[in-house]
Design a protein around this ligand. Sequence first.
Ligand code: SF4
Length: 257
Amino acid sequence: MKIIEVKAKEIFSKTKLGADWVINPYVGCGHQCLYCYAKFMAKWRPAEYGKWGTWLEAKVNGPELVKGREAKGRVFMSSICDAYQPVEKDLQLTRRLLENMDKNIKLSILTKSDLVLRDIDILKQFKNAEVGLTINSFTGKAKEIFEPAAPEAAKRIAALQKLKEQGIRTHAFVSPIIPKLIDLPDIVSKTRNFVDYYWFEFLNLRGAGKEFAQILQKEFPESYKIVSNAALYQKFIDQITDLINSFNIKIRGIVKH
Ligand code: SF4
């Protein structure tokens, strides 16, 4: 992973991603999810950086920029990185940002990593903070191909439980939902006792990019057959939506692209 240290002019950006502001301590992500929807960012970076997932920019002045700042509305972390990707363990950029952040800020973190547990002490100081973990059913070959460097689902589920036990509001972001590669009853039964609410998101094949589509077609042809056919995919989405609505859980949203 190539780490490029940068100084940002601003650390709060306006967003429409279910919040008012977004903070990205990094641009780029070492979790290397094949379907990553943030890979479009590579278009605006020098070609010599290389492939998305092999580099990241670390906004080293982020902790200074956030000092003394107020934010009206909800602040989301993060949209074009995972604030708890592997390098965060050593760099502690996200941790230092949270330390300096106004604790009145309504904070919402979404991550795939149990590394977020390290910062429970700071999260507890916020008056209104919540943490979501992305949960899916990728195991074996699917996990290796789609999310090679992200922690296993079991660790993410355990993280949700621990956060809840520590009094932090939690949610599960069940994504991406891919035919034949998702077991929603299993996910809900393993999480419902310590998740305040759920988001569900179906795969956005176009957003996931050409390489993802090609590999899905080669390695999981039955899944590809459904998601690449508008009528079949719609039927799948309708069936799964009915299933989701039968769970008797709090649902904040079901995202269909
Ligand atoms: S964790 Fe999120 S930002 Fe990071 S590679 Fe995966 S999808 Fe992209």
